[in-house]
Design a protein around this ligand. Structure first.
Ligand code: NOJ
Length: 761
């Protein structure tokens, strides 16, 4: 290194160092780039301090994983003081964050501020619908707004980094974490990933009301075998590149600052130790400049996987593979510095990780003011303010999916009706909050009962009927789903006979889905199905409202119950949103982001499957791809959702028949609201690439538009297909586009109304 360069770096180091400790504004000198500041700070750090930046500890209150090996509170405080901690998670509230930040800034040698992470999954205290529900809105603006509300509340509470969005594609509803993602489709999932990252991060990461986002879990966690949590993942390259990775790439392309890897192995290698994923693809091909966080102790867990023999080896593998920060694993902080001193791990690997972490801290403005997220006044004003309640109510209404509506049972008449409201979940104020709500307080959701009570024109009688389970599950503990108590049935049946309509709220408690909540049975838990059938015998005029965090197999209900509303877990404003939809003050427009199976044996079931060599029963014998005991179709397909009005599709047109590979293909379609009330429709465009060097799915979503159409009105909707949407990844992970015949389908679900075709030459 030449002397001039050395002098500059030394001078910069002094500027950063002095200001870092003193926290004045010189460090924000516009003439020094963030990379220069990072380099100069790095030059001052010992190897222990560098490794400290790569260490993340959980706070002292909320726990979101198994107890770590070591890592007592005393040790955490001691390490904080020594500058051996770069980040903390699950420390929340201005008071608590300020306390740990003060230690980092005032007591450590270099005074480098902590980055404070938290699982802000669907809101902070004022909760939005669970992410799967939000995805059902297909409303990217609303989803972005919802994330920005979450960011506003979290940042007012001292947090500057969320572990969201989860962009794992989920095809298996047995896996409890499908509630946390955007469903089964990589195209919709990518759009939602972008919207959520933009919502959290805003235009300016240093603004006090924005936070860094974290796309997780990199990668393929959603493909856990048999939907069993934390299980092995073994998928082919085509699924990896075409289904799993696109939402991560979309998040990276939109500037997500961090990624979290996952607990699973992928084809024999725990992803935390996968150089292929983290170095070759993420930091190589995609040129990702942010940092990668491990999942909770996932570096340590490579020992249980049988991929590392001890902590030392786990640290070596993970750091070399590109895992930059160790979440609550106590592995890096114990092993990495020595590994570098022993010449086993190159210091350049550590430097690269630390630079990535420091860069994000600079971008968040933490060096300028480590307490910029610690303003008690703002905390008081921001959390739970009325505008946030309005926003989550809006999001909640948009997330509701009308699955079935016969006999005009919905919307409910507002006057002169006798209505019975039934089900344990109907007066539950906690379950609507769903899983991942650790900053909110129990019992703070508006129950469906409360929402319905706001409509005074009818007589409303509430009857519980049956519990969902013997006790409520909690975030940490599950309870057996073995209730047999049917003692409330008689009263439910008696009341059902006296009313015009029965609204039954059935489904899952809020913590029956989420992390660690895999299920092998997708029917209504407990005795709820029996209750439904008993009440149906007494009065078939039933509106079934589902509260759940995953697709359920409700085949009997679909065959018998006239109206079914998928209301998921809609967050703080659940009851108001449900009541407004049931009474027709809001016309539902949600569409399913995940296929609903007829029974659990069909799982994984998804719309973009491969044709197989034997797709149909050509010769009326058994030799075709099917099950013998159930129809070959889903109960409700991906993209399905009704409205209180009807839409018809016509005039599907393409601007030509043959196109060059580089051309845009313009598609238009007319959509008419044929009913008598205004409504919104998600117009969906799918393609099929008929012949490919890698076989292509029977349908792939490649465009959608949420449009408002007035009663009687027709709108023309335009889509453009291009090489980005017509191409795919080959088995080397290269994006290619091939000439050939394509079909185009357009409609209001993946069972589309219209079809046409074109040729790429
Ligand atoms: C484990 C989960 O898999 C991850 O999504 C979460 O962010 C961390 N725990 C921290 O709570």
């Amino acid at each position: 290194m030449n002397t001039t360069k050395n002098t500059i770096i030394f001078a910069l180091s002094l500027i950063v160092f002095t200001n870092c400790k003193a926290q004045n504004t010189t460090i924000m000198n516009k003439n020094i780039t963030i990379d220069q500041k990072v380099d100069s700070l790095l030059a001052l750090m010992t190897i222990e301090e560098k490794v400290g930046q790569m260490n993340q500890y959980n706070g002292f209150w909320d726990v979101t994983g198994p107890a770590p090996e070591g890592g007592s509170a005393e040790q955490k405080y001691e390490h904080l003081r020594k500058g051996l901690v770069g980040s903390m998670l699950s420390v929340r509230g201005v008071k608590e964050v300020r306390a740990v930040q003060k230690i980092a800034v005032e007591e450590t040698r270099l005074g480098i501020p902590l980055i404070i992470g938290f699982d802000v999954i669907h809101g902070y205290k004022t909760l939005s619908p669970i992410p799967l529900a939000e995805a059902a809105s297909w409303d990217l603006e609303a989803i972005k707004t919802s994330a920005s509300v979450a960011a506003a509340e979290a940042s007012a509470s001292g947090i500057n980094w969320t572990f969201a969005p989860m962009v794992d594609i989920g095809r298996d509803p047995r896996w409890g974490r499908v509630m946390e993602g955007a469903g089964e489709d990589p195209f919709l999932g990518s759009k939602i990933a972008v919207a959520r990252v933009q919502g959290f991060q805003g235009d300016d990461l240093a603004a006090p009301n924005t936070i860094a986002a974290c796309a997780k879990h990199f990668a393929a966690y959603g493909f856990a075998e048999a939907g069993k949590e934390y299980n092995t993942v073994d998928i082919g390259t085509s699924t990896l590149h075409n289904i799993v990775l696109p939402p991560f790439k979309a998040a990276v392309d939109t500037g997500v600052r961090t990624l979290m890897n996952s607990f699973n192995e992928l084809n024999g290698v725990p992803v935390t130790g996968s150089s292929y994923l983290q170095r070759d693809i993420l930091k190589g091909k995609w040129n990702f400049k942010g940092f990668v966080l491990s999942d909770w102790a996932s570096i340590f867990e490579m020992i249980s996987w049988g991929h590392a023999k001890d902590k030392r080896e786990a640290a070596k593998i993970a750091a070399t593979a590109g895992s930059d920060m160790d979440m609550e694993g106590n592995v890096y902080v114990q092993e990495l510095a020595q590994l570098v001193k022993d010449g086993v791990v190159e210091e350049a690997i550590i430097d690269d990780a630390v630079k990535r972490i420091l860069r994000v801290k600079f971008e968040l403005g933490l060096f300028e003011d480590p307490f910029r997220y610690c303003d008690e006044e703002r905390e008081k004003e921001t959390i739970g303010n009325p505008a946030h309640h309005e926003a989550v109510l809006d999001m909640a209404k948009k997330s509701i999916v009308l699955l079935k509506n016969e006999n005009q049972l919905l919307p409910l008449k507002k006057e002169g009706q006798k209505i019975a409201l039934m089900g344990d979940l109907a007066d539950d104020k906690s379950s609507p909050l769903g899983s991942w709500r650790i900053a909110s307080d129990d019992e703070t959701g508006v129950s469906v009962l409360e929402g319905m009570q706001a409509y005074k024109g009818n007589t409303l009688t509430y009857v519980r009927g049956a519990e969902v389970a013997t006790e409520q599950t909690t975030f940490l503990k599950e309870v057996p789903l073995n209730t047999t108590d049917t003692s409330g049935f008689a009263e439910a049946v008696r009341v059902a006979k006296t009313v015009d309509v029965v609204v039954m709220v059935l489904g899952e408690y809020g913590f029956q889905s989420g992390e660690g909540r895999s299920r092998t049975d997708l029917q209504l838990p407990g005795v709820q199905q029996e209750l439904l059938e008993a009440v149906y015998k007494a009065n078939p005029n039933i509106v079934l409202v589902l509260n759940n965090g995953r697709p359920l197999a409700i085949t009997w209900a679909d065959e018998n119950i006239p109206s079914i509303v998928e209301a998921w877990q809609l967050g703080t404003q659940t009851g108001n949103a449900v009541a407004q939809v049931l009474y027709g003050d809001y016309n539902p427009s949600g569409k399913l982001p995940m296929t609903f199976p007829r029974n659990v044996g069909q799982v994984p079931i998804y719309y973009n499957y491969k044709n197989t060599g034997r797709p149909i029963d050509k010769d009326d014998n058994v030799f075709w791809s099917h099950y013998s005991d159930v129809e070959n179709t889903p109960l409700y397909p991906f993209g399905h959702g009704l409205s209180y009005t009807n839409f018809s599709y016509s005039d599907l047109e393409i601007n030509g028949n043959t196109f060059a590979l580089e051309d845009d293909v313009n598609v238009s379609v007319n959509v008419t609201n044929t009913g008598t009330i205004d409504g919104k429709e998600v117009v969906q465009l799918y393609i099929r690439d008929l012949v490919g060097s890698i076989t292509r799915p029977v349908k792939e979503l490649k465009g959608f538009e949420l449009v408002e159409i007035k009663a009687g009105e027709t709108k023309t909707i335009n889509f453009t297909l291009n090489k980005e949407t017509l191409g795919f990844y080959n088995n080397n992970g290269d994006f290619i586009i091939e000439p050939g015949d394509f079909k185009v389908f357009v409609g209001g679900s993946s069972i589309t109304a219209l079809e046409t075709d074109f040729v790429l030459e």
